[in-house]
Design a protein around this ligand. Structure first.
Ligand SMILES: [Zn+2]
Ligand SMILES: [Zn+2]
Length: 136
């Protein structure tokens, strides 16, 4: 068996999820692409699992989200992207190609909230044009 397959399979089991070939394949797709939306995952996984339905893909995404194996990145005006959960980081979203890039968390970020507001968490998303798009 492929090394990665065993790794993803263990990751699922460690999080009390059943290791299915479909879930393992989805994690492989996410690792290769970095950040991918449901449509991308669906189109990729169909190459190996011809009869898989979009509903099944959604269901597995939700299950792995709840288990904390993958994370959701909410992109304004676009479909959410997903990635394999890793150390906290921020994102840069290219408005031209729609690609999402990992960036370092900003330091010393100061956010003033109106009195009486209780923040739970904050994340920074930078919108702009990526290097590739800026070049062309
Ligand atoms: Zn771009
Ligand atoms: Zn990321």
């Amino acid at each position: 068996m492929e090394q990665k397959y065993i790794e993803y399979s263990n990751l699922l089991k460690q999080n009390d999820l059943k290791s299915t070939p479909q879930r393992v394949a989805m994690l492989g797709i996410l690792e290769r692409k970095g950040h991918a939306d449901v449509d991308y995952i669906y189109n990729e996984i169909k190459k190996d699992f011809v009869s898989i339905s979009l509903a099944t893909v959604y269901k597995n995404i939700n299950t792995m989200l709840e288990a904390g194996i993958i994370q959701e990145i909410k992109v304004p005006q676009k479909k959410s992207k997903f990635e394999i959960a890793k150390a906290k980081h921020s994102h840069f979203v290219c408005e031209s190609c729609g690609e999402v890039y990992d960036i370092e968390e900003p330091r010393n970020l100061q956010i003033r909230l109106p009195e009486g507001f209780h923040p739970k968490e904050a994340s920074v998303m930078v919108m702009g044009v990526c290097k590739e798009c800026a070049r062309s």
